[in-house]
Design a protein around this ligand. Structure first.
Ligand code: FEO
Length: 398
């Protein structure tokens, strides 16, 4: 088990999870990593831990450098179990002098592990902790993405340990951003922001502004998942700025489910209307596209057109589930429209529009309902719906 050196006396000692394929509803097709970092100084410090099941991987890596019992401080940037699951075992083994966490972190640790006697030390922004030759500084990042979340900055080495922010779910034997396939990296970075951080975009904007205001020099960003950024820091910052501002790319998505292909026929004609207006689009059938991959596409899209037939006075279950997921993440600044086939009651379009209203989408056309199977006149209307959305996307671009 090889640890990986970041800078002098600073090492990655985390664990690679090659097998995980589901992260509470987010499909992690390429696995992930849980990153932990060791700083060897007068006070030996471990930053974050790993999932309980992978504790021995972390311990083996630490042992390559130093006896784990020599660790003095454990910094907990974030309490979620993928980073703290192994913490109780580590505390028992190490008997650390300090467990450094945010105020909310202390609360969350108590609520997770119920250990009143642990040596909690509250990290406060502006109150640095010296490790000997190196210094830890702290940035509060409450609700990015949990109340306890914080960043730790290693002053002398200019490394920002950013917890879940700037991460991606990607299991690789490589540890740095410039060592992996850039297209895959961008895809996973996008998917991660879309599925974890979209809801917190206003806070991401504030955080980026705060980091810029602080004039923090950053040589590396070391998140708790995926690769360590040392070459493409500008790219990742730019991407977070763009995503947190909900800037669309001028493209549209037709996200749909279908029962007997009527709604699918409608979807194709909506696409033809978009094409007429010169708008690039994708058809995403929820039967074949996982909700978290669809959300990755939603993050950058300017137009979202939802299609679903009516089933039992409601929506098909895959669409209902997707809407629940998307509403939770609250993407905004989208042009929206809805369509769907029905047999007798026909509630689906109204429900789709309601969901988009909740997310404050700009709904530009009346929802389009077609009884049973569309004929030519219906399909022409679908095309018109696509054109309307296309025109609005173009108008917003100008
Ligand atoms: Fe990677 Fe919010 O835990």
């Amino acid at each position: 088990m090889n640890p990986v050196k970041l800078t002098e006396n600073v090492y990655w000692v985390g664990a690679i999870d090659w097998n995980v394929r589901d992260f509470h509803g987010y499909s992690t097709d390429r696995g992930t990593t849980y990153n932990a970092f060791l700083i060897v100084d007068e006070k030996v410090t471990l930053i974050d831990c790993v999932k309980k099941e992978l504790k021995n991987d972390m311990l083996a890596r630490i042992s390559e450098i130093i006896d784990p019992k020599k660790i003095d401080y454990i910094v907990v940037n974030h309490v979620e179990m993928d980073h703290s699951g192994s913490l109780p075992d580590m505390v028992e083994l190490i008997q650390p002098e300090k467990i450094i966490c945010s105020k909310m972190g202390e609360k969350a640790l108590l609520q997770h592990f119920h250990q009143k006697d642990w040596p909690y030390e509250i990290a406060k922004p502006g109150e640095d902790i010296s490790l000997g030759t190196k210094t830890l500084s702290f940035i509060e990042t409450r609700m990015l993405h949990w109340p306890d979340s914080m960043f730790t900055y290693l002053v002398e080495d200019k490394i920002l340990f950013s917890s879940d922010a700037f991460g991606e779910h990607l299991a690789t034997s490589e540890r740095f951003d410039d060592e992996v396939d850039q297209a895959i990296l961008k895809e996973e970075l996008t998917k991660y922001y879309a599925n974890i951080l979209t809801l917190y975009s206003p806070l991401v904007r504030k955080l980026i502004a705060k980091v810029q205001e602080m004039g923090l020099e950053i040589k590396m960003i070391a998140p708790d998942h995926g690769v360590i950024w040392r070459t493409h820091i500008g790219m990742v910052m730019e991407a977070y700025t763009k995503w947190s501002n909900h800037e669309g790319d001028g493209k549209a998505l037709i996200i749909y489910d279908t029962m007997w292909h009527s709604t699918e026929k409608m979807a194709k004609e909506v696409g033809a209307g978009l094409q007429d207006e010169g708008i690039s689009f994708k058809l995403l059938n929820l039967r074949y596209c996982h909700r978290s991959d669809v959300m990755r596409e939603v993050l950058n899209a300017s137009g979202i057109i939802l299609g679903c037939p009516t089933l039992n006075n409601g929506l098909l279950p895959r669409m209902a589930g997707f809407l629940m997921y998307m509403r939770g993440l609250k993407p905004t600044n989208k042009v929206g429209a809805a369509f769907g086939s029905f047999g007798w009651s026909g509630e689906s379009v109204k429900l789709l529009n309601q969901a988009m209203e909740d997310m404050k989408f700009n709904i530009v056309a009346d929802g389009l309902k077609v009884k049973y199977v569309p004929e030519d006149a219906d399909l022409n209307q679908c095309m018109e719906l696509g054109r309307k959305v296309g025109k609005e996307i173009k108008a917003n671009r100008e």
